[in-house]
Design a protein around this ligand. Structure first.
Ligand code: NAD
Length: 380
């Protein structure tokens, strides 16, 4: 039987991405899938319905027509409880699930025997690189942050030698040189700024220098499990704050991306440090949604303190929706390949390492330990 894949129009405010693009539709229909797209699902990312139709998709107006007989549902943002209620038992849902902040919908998926894979749980192993949606979307976010910083900065970024005088290049400081940070460094370099960066993982230094930026050295190496950072000790935190505040005070743009999985973002820029910054300086805080790397950041808002613009953007990848959707769709296409056997039928065991790690809910049970523990504590 033909496997029907349904693609939803994202409902979250400000979400402009879509989980599939016409090129991927073409590949999936060639492989024998039926792809159904909710009317206008790609409009926000500039993939109109007619491009999807030309690629072999069917357009459905209305959720009932879209989901009727659909075995697999693709999405970007986690489903709401109401959206879970629209799904038939046994439907497979792929997308970001943000389980810790979405427990009610996770519990509903369990109760309705939905199978859900959370893309943020895909392990960061070599074989899973093409499915790594955290990385693809962080790349888009890092780019958007650098452009946003430049757009809000009252200065040119490059050095200019003109008849009206010589302009010194702006200084951009990136705190946290993971995937988003490295993309922000590369983008700020291309715009001509002098770029400095810092990360608690010493291994990041080589990557920062390879992009032509200066790596700020501190005697801390806080490389934790799986290549992520660990939390710093109080003494390490004090040393870090001192060095960071000196670098922040001389920067025109500061882009912060520091995160520790499963924890509140570390505060790297205090209220006092902001007061030492140059007038007109800009902070773009990518960690805004997980508490902020700057003490003054307000998620979803831009504020001004001591002449410094502090931006706490939400969902930066949605600001480059065309390409972030393209990358995300490619991640999903790779992931889908794990879900079918050689004859194109859906697999019914999820023993593959990548599937097992990213399986959130299946057959009426929560398969992800930390989410199960959270639900046991909250009993929704
Ligand atoms: P992330 O979003 O969890 O964190 C962003 C950065 O913040 C990290 O580089 C982290 O070291 C840094 N950070 C945390 N606390 C800090 C502090 N107090 N001060 C300064 N910086 C701090 O990380 P990410 O971007 O998702 O990537 C983390 C790691 O995973 C990197 O080593 C990356 O190379 C690796 N990775 C591997 C693969 C793969 O092998 N497939 C894919 C993607 C990322």
């Amino acid at each position: 039987m033909t496997v029907v894949i349904a693609v939803l129009k994202e409902q979250a405010p400000e979400e402009r991405r879509v989980s599939i693009v016409p090129d991927i539709v073409r590949k999936l229909t060639k492989s024998g899938y039926e792809v159904r797209i909710e009317h206008d699902a790609g409009a926000g990312a500039y993939y109109p319905d007619d491009l999807f139709i030309a690629a072999g998709a069917k357009i459905a107006s209305g959720r009932a027509a879209l989901l009727d007989g659909a075995r697999v549902v693709l999405r970007v943002q986690p489903p709401t409880v109401a959206e879970v209620d629209q799904l038939a038992e046994g439907t497979i849902v792929l997308g970001f699930m943000n389980p810790a902040n979405n427990l009610e919908a996770v519990a509903r998926m369990r109760d309705r025997k939905i199978t859900a894979f959370a893309l943020e749980l895909v392990p960061r192993i070599t074989r899973a690189q093409s499915m790594d949606a955290l990385s693809s979307q962080a790349t888009a976010g890092g780019y958007a942050a650098a452009v946003m910083g430049a757009d809000n900065c009252p200065k040119f970024l490059p050095m200019l030698t003109t008849a009206a005088g010589t302009i010194r290049p702006a200084t951009v400081l990136i705190l946290g040189a993971g995937v988003a940070g490295l993309m922000a460094i590369a983008t700020a370099k291309r715009l001509g700024a002098v770029v400095e960066a810092y990360d608690v993982r010493r291994a990041a230094g080589e990557q920062v220098r390879s992009l032509g930026a200066k790596f700020l050295e501190l005697e801390i190496n806080a490389e934790g499990r799986g290549g992520y950072a660990r939390e710093l000790t109080p003494d390490e935190k004090a040393k870090e704050q001192l060095m960071v505040s000196t670098a922040v005070a001389r920067a025109d743009i500061v882009i912060t991306t520091a995160a520790i999985p499963g924890r509140k973002a570390p505060v790297l820029i205090t209220r006092e440090t902001v007061a030492t910054m140059r007038p007109g300086a800009v902070i773009v805080d990518l960690a805004a949604e997980s508490g902020g790397n700057c003490e003054l950041t307000q998620a979803g808002r831009t504020i001004r303190e001591h002449g410094v613009t502090i931006i706490g953007p939400r969902n930066l990848p949605a600001r480059v929706p065309f390409h972030s959707s393209q990358m995300y769709a490619r991640n999903l296409e790779s992931f889908l390949a794990l879900l079918v056997d050689r004859d194109g039928a859906l697999v019914n065991d999820f023993t593959d390492e990548i599937l097992a790690a990213s399986l959130l809910v299946h057959g009426g049970a929560i398969c992800h330990g930390p989410t199960r523990d959270l639900l046991a504590g909250e009993k929704p």
